[in-house]
Ligand binder design. Sequence first.
Ligand SMILES: C[S@@+](CC[C@H](N)C(=O)[O-])C[C@H]1O[C@@H](n2cnc3c(N)ncnc32)[C@H](O)[C@@H]1O
Length: 241
Amino acid sequence: MKLYCVGCGPGDPELLTVKAVNLIKSADIIFAPTAKEGKPSIALSVAQRYIDKSTRTISLIFPMIKDRELLKEYWKRNAEEIARTVRSEKMVVYLTVGDPTLYSTWAYIHNELKKNYSDIKIEVIPGITSMFAFAAQAKISLAEGDETLTIIPACYDLNRIKQTVSLSDTAIFLKDGRYFDVVIEMLADAGFADDSTIAVAQDVSVDGEIMKLSKLKDLRGMKGPVEKYFSILVAKKNDRR
Ligand SMILES: C[S@@+](CC[C@H](N)C(=O)[O-])C[C@H]1O[C@@H](n2cnc3c(N)ncnc32)[C@H](O)[C@@H]1O
């Protein structure tokens, strides 16, 4: 009785590991997260070409809300369904976008399984995270030598992390491009100089990808550089070059 959690990379179906593809091909049942009933799972669409016709796919709902008590009910229900399926001796895969250890629904499923279904063994297959695919596309290095790198979810309280950002040489903002206007103003307040490099992307490695490289001063006061949840912003101080 084993569950495989497979990271399926940032979106390009060629950016899955060989191990991920082999497990997807041999699965009886594949679970994948989606935000709403009826909304296609992005993880499933990335892996689609590797899924056998006989494999059953099941989307599990993880709503995009901040009410933790309500979220916990979804986590419990989803983990229960996965556990029941694994116990039926099927080969079961749980798919996630990017890497399963970075801001992923997998964390909640994993906690529930450890707490309530400890007989189920778990193997996690790493995936290429969106920020590394982004850095490769933008041809920027994220950290060199003794530089520090901070990863921040943009859709929460940015005042809380202003001090951390001020001490970072590079800051990566994930989770929701619609907050990037506020991020840009915060970077200026946190001591990022006008000529700091700001790289912004939306839909990395899939159709419609948008990628922009600018200076902080060129983005200040402008309407959002991108507008979708699936966006990344990387800010690099250039003052140590
Ligand atoms: C719930 S987190 C999942 C992160 C994922 N586990 C990873 O390793 O990249 C979702 C956020 O990841 C980023 N993201 C994931 N895939 C992306 C893509 N193809 N293009 C741009 N951003 C992406 C966005 O910041 C999005 O809001």
